[in-house]
Design a protein around this ligand. Structure first.
Ligand SMILES: [Zn+2]
Length: 315
């Protein structure tokens, strides 16, 4: 009953639905794109969804991050999203990872299909190498202002590194241009539709899709393999930890800082000194959130101020 309308759609049918229900996917980044894509694919009945995100919900996220509401502010996004999805479709198994994806824990991406809903280029190159090396399809998606892009990356297409040049320095994206909620929803809809095509073993778009919602313009751009592409030539610099990532988290005023201390001691000291109780494996302080896994998100104007605030807490 639940999937009646979807099964009646001739491109999916009962066979397609069974394929969707038996699949496992990973959604990386539960922000503007991730909440929308997760919502669509959980409703569509994907059997198991691994969700990875390092951040907590902020007031300024609610304009476009459709799974969250005011009561979720300060909650880790993965837990707030899981709660909502459990109410929407209790048949879907959600596995949460409150962590920052890095070359050291990259194996958590393992699944039948990886959906990139992140906002940073470092992570995309990391996913690209992991997927290429392990022959797992992934779908790149990005959104900025009223525009966005989607590209399927499979063994039959060029890879991300074939067509996107590595940046020399960290780039600010959504922080400088903003983003409208409708553009995030539209791009997520394209990504979720391509995901369903791949999961049901049907033909999918082999071009780069570019959509400008404000101008009502959609383009499909032909992309080519680059024979000098490092990733396609099995050189995996991101997987080997040779590339640095930036610490500013796009779309929020948070800086991420690693804590190299015994986290049990840090938690014990801070909870008694500041009179706060740990919740969901994190401690919420006035200007920072400290995670048990050994990192902090600090609200500050710049990196140096963020470090000073954290030092103040850790003593
Ligand atoms: Zn390539």
């Amino acid at each position: 009953m639940r999937y009646n309308k979807q099964e009646t759609f001739s491109k999916i049918g009962k066979t397609g639905q069974e394929l969707i229900t038996s699949s496992t996917i990973t959604i990386l980044g539960i922000g503007a794109l991730g909440t929308n894509t997760l919502n669509l694919l959980a409703r569509a009945g994907v059997g198991k969804i691994k969700i990875i995100d390092r951040d907590v919900v902020e007031l300024s996220n609610l304009q476009r991050q459709t799974l969250f509401s005011e009561e979720d502010i300060d909650k880790p996004k993965v837990y707030a999203a899981k709660e909502k999805i459990n109410k929407i479709n209790s048949k879907v198994k959600i596995e949460t990872y409150l962590t920052d994806l890095d070359y050291e824990n990259v194996e958590i991406l393992k699944s039948g299909l990886i959906l990139d809903c992140t906002d940073n280029i470092y992570t995309r190159f990391l996913i690209n190498e992991y997927s290429r090396k392990n022959n797992i399809p992934w779908i790149y998606a990005s959104v900025i202002g009223s525009k966005g892009m989607v590209m399927n990356v499979t063994e039959k297409t060029p890879c991300f590194n074939c067509i996107i040049k590595e940046p020399n320095e960290p780039l600010d994206t959504c922080d400088s241009s903003g983003v409208i909620g409708s553009a995030a929803s539209a791009i997520a809809s394209i990504q979720a539709t391509e995901a369903i095509k791949i999961l049901t073993k049907q033909d999918y778009c082999r071009e780069l899709i570019h959509y400008d919602l404000w101008k009502n313009k959609i383009n499909r751009i032909k992309v080519n393999k680059n024979k000098y592409c490092k990733t396609c030539n099995k050189v995996y610099e991101y997987l080997e930890g040779k590339k640095k990532k930036l610490i500013k988290i796009c779309g929020s005023c948070n800086y991420q800082i690693e804590i190299k201390k015994d986290m049990n001691l840090v938690f014990a000291k801070l909870s008694s000194l500041r009179d706060v109780k740990p919740e969901n494996e994190c401690l919420i302080l006035e200007n920072a959130i400290i995670f048990k896994s050994g990192r902090a998100l600090v609200k500050a104007e710049n990196e140096n101020k963020a470090k000073a605030i954290l030092d103040g807490y850790l003593g």
